[in-house]
Ligand binder design. Structure first.
Ligand code: HPA
Ligand code: ZN
Length: 331
């Protein structure tokens, strides 16, 4: 039995496995620029975030109907459950779909078909987080939030993703103010490829409650002290960092030093179909490469539930935390 955990940094479009991509392409009459799954997988050698994003957006062409989004989410939840994920807070990128003529309704209702029965089917509770693409305009983000208004009963929060450098958090001040006024929770990617100043700005200007990645905080001791003091959760994605060359090898990952410094770290999978593994695979990889103790792994799992947006279901959080404390690691 795997360690129970919450997944807090997961792009649903990044769970599109090559097999499902080809299946949906055939169903929808879409031609992918790769002859088969094997040659598609060969394209998964990335130099940086942008080289990944190019493929990530290209493959989304196969996602057209509600059934496609439902199949995508169902496939993810099946895999996540098998790796001990008990709760998943799932990002989606509506602008990438709206731009292709796929409506907000299709995306949200399709995902919701899978999410609404997930506790029953997979034993995984879920939340949805709408992400704005930071390399698009602030106006486009405002239009996207407006388009999401009929679906806010299905959406817990907003996030910020896509190409980071050159698109600082402050660009999205207004849409985050509106999101806060609508009662939405706020997170943002910051300090993945961008500088530590973007992390500070996400906290100060956007009012985020968690920082996605946040890896480059280690370059600024005053920022680390602040994040430790405030117990601000960081949603780290170790396998993603290796594949996008944010760190050289997993053995060089600063996770152990970050935990030692008292940062509230969590371990997540980001885009598992592209980066070589789901949540449990990330836990296994850091345990092996970084020699994390069972106590540290338990701390990471505990943090994931503490950092989750389960305020409206505290009894569920309490139950998950009890599962973490009761977990017996295999000898
Ligand atoms: N970083 C930024 N944007 C993204 C990512 C990521 O790792 N995955 C999907 N969109
Ligand atoms: Zn991400």
């Amino acid at each position: 039995m795997p360690l129970p955990k919450a997944e807090l940094h997961l792009h649903i479009e990044g769970t599109l496995e090559p097999e499902l991509a080809f299946e949906l392409a055939a169903r929808n009459g879409v031609t992918l620029p790769y002859p088969d799954t094997e040659q598609l997988r060969e394209a998964y050698a990335f130099d940086d975030l942008q080289s990944f994003l190019n493929l990530y957006y290209e493959l989304m062409a196969v996602l057209i109907t509600e059934q496609d989004f439902e199949a995508l989410a169902d496939a993810y939840l099946t895999r996540a459950a098998a790796q001990g994920v008990r709760h998943a807070e799932i990002f989606f990128d509506p602008q990438a779909h709206l731009a292709r003529g796929v409506s907000m309704e299709t995306v949200v209702e399709g995902l919701w078909r899978a999410l609404s029965r997930s506790e029953e089917t997979h034993g995984v509770s879920t939340r949805l987080i709408l992400c704005f693409l930071r390399d698009q305009s602030a106006r486009s983000a405002l239009e996207t939030l407006a388009a999401a208004k009929p679906y806010l009963d299905r959406i817990t929060g907003v996030g910020l993703d896509s190409a980071e450098v050159g698109h600082p958090p402050a660009k999205f001040r207004e849409v985050y103010e509106q999101a806060a006024a609508l009662g939405l929770r706020r997170v943002a990617h910051a300090g993945e490829e961008g500088p530590p100043e973007y992390i500070t700005e996400a906290l100060d200007v956007l009012g985020v409650e968690r920082v996605d990645h946040g890896l480059r905080c280690v370059e600024d001791p005053a920022l680390v002290a602040r994040l430790v003091r405030d117990r601000t959760p960081l949603t780290l994605c170790p396998l993603s960092n290796v594949r996008l060359r944010t760190v050289d090898t997993l053995a060089d990952h600063p996770l152990p030093a970050m935990l030692e410094a008292g940062l509230m770290c969590t371990v997540n999978s980001d885009d598992p179909a592209y980066f070589g593994g789901y949540a449990g695979d990330n836990f296994d990889a850091v345990r092996t490469a970084l020699g994390l103790t069972d106590d540290r792994l338990r701390e990471l799992a505990r943090n994931s539930f503490l950092a989750s947006f389960l305020e409206d279901e505290e009894e569920l959080r309490t139950r998950y935390l009890a599962e973490v404390e009761a977990y017996v690691f295999p000898a």
